[in-house]
Design a protein around this ligand. Structure first.
Ligand SMILES: Nc1ncnc2c1ncn2[C@@H]1O[C@H](COP(=O)(O)OP(=O)(O)OP(=O)(O)O)[C@@H](O)[C@H]1O
Length: 332
């Protein structure tokens, strides 16, 4: 089935983010390529330490010392390369065009200001509207994210709210300026299952209503199945497979993707023993010469240990970097 393409909103080309540590150069993200489209949710999956969060932080201009976006990296948002814009410019884009929700709401909520003040300040920072109008918008936003008695809640401080309410407030804040792109890094991991379902539904509804693109970073393939249109599988700083969500589940290609599928608890049926991928993600300071997955791969061949596989197109919008497929498809 051919997916209808929406308008492209982000085009990431050869993104490299390195951390220059005392122990050496840690290649946290090392040559990422992907695109995002309007009204689509892109899930980024992969084991811990594969560079998912660093990818997100680089889009928001939040990579701090000793980290650096390496020269030549492109994060094209329209005609703007977010990898090279000034701090002033990225500040205008962040919270306005592109905003982020984190796993832990207290990372982005300020404990000493009321919820209302935090939302209105974000609006006033980016838009030329009166305080009254910003206040009205704050109440409406809280209502939109499913908070009852929003007029009361705007006067509350974050600590007076439950975890689920704080998460909703953070989403309201992130949506205050109608972002074109919402980045959600494990947004529901810390919440109980019922609240998690509500928050995910909320994000889905908002995408349908406003056309916002969502980048969803998650460990949970159940969440991926429910939310994503497209999936990037990351391994050791690279996207090793990218495909529409139904392709990833029905027709995974990369041995790593297959391994993830077999090891994710949310896909298992009660009590069955899960397979795990033996071994560990390689140290990003000391990456091997060949395919980074070679020493854990059940299909490893001689050449996998000597060279890096190239990206191969195996179907529409389905690409994989693995020597098993080097004679298939094209590489556009
Ligand atoms: N400040 C830092 N200094 C040095 N290395 C860092 C720093 N921040 C991240 N890294 C390294 O970058 C790599 C990628 O980390 P990242 O947080 O993006 O992984 P992740 O896939 O999001 O993992 P998780 O699922 O656990 O959040 C890791 O090897 C990590 O050690």
């Amino acid at each position: 089935m051919e997916q209808v393409k929406n308008k492209k909103i982000l085009d990431v080309q050869d993104l490299k983010v390195y951390f220059y540590t005392q122990r050496g150069v840690s290649k946290a993200v090392d040559g990422n390529n992907f695109r995002m489209y309007e009204n689509e949710t892109l899930a980024i999956v992969g084991e811990s330490g594969c560079g998912k969060s660093v990818t997100a932080m680089s889009i928001l201009g939040l990579v701090d010392e000793p980290g650096k976006i390496v020269e030549g990296s492109k994060i094209m948002y329209g005609d703007t390369n977010l990898a090279t814009v000034s701090d002033d410019e990225i500040r205008k884009i962040r919270g306005n065009d592109i905003s982020m929700i984190f796993q832990e709401p207290m990372t982005s909520l300020n404990p000493v200001f009321t919820v209302g003040r935090q939302i209105t300040e974000n609006i006033l920072l980016h838009e030329d509207v009166s305080k009254e109008e910003a206040n009205e918008r704050a109440v409406k936003l809280l209502e939109m994210v499913g908070i009852a008695r929003p007029e009361k809640i705007v006067t509350n401080y974050p600590h007076q709210l439950s975890g689920g309410m704080r998460q909703r407030v953070m989403i309201a804040m992130a949506l205050a300026c109608n972002p074109k792109l919402l980045i959600a890094d494990e947004p529901t991991t810390a919440l109980d299952v019922t609240i998690q379902a509500q928050i995910l539904k909320l994000m889905n509804d908002l995408k349908e209503k406003t056309g916002t693109s969502i980048m969803l970073i998650t460990h949970d393939l159940g969440v991926v199945a429910q939310m994503a249109d497209h999936v990037n599988v990351m391994y050791a700083g690279k996207v090793v497979e990218t495909a529409p969500v139904f392709e990833i589940f029905k027709n995974p290609k990369h041995p790593y993707t297959k391994g993830l599928m077999a090891s994710m608890p949310s896909l298992s049926t009660g009590g069955e023993r899960l397979e795990t991928i033996e071994g560990n993600v390689p140290n990003p300071i000391n990456l091997p010469e060949g395919c980074y997955f070679a020493d854990r791969c059940p299909n490893c061949m001689e050449k996998c240990k000597k060279a890096q596989p190239k990206d191969v197109k195996v179907a529409s919008r389905h690409h994989v970097s693995c020597f098993l497929y080097e004679n298939e498809g094209g590489n556009d």
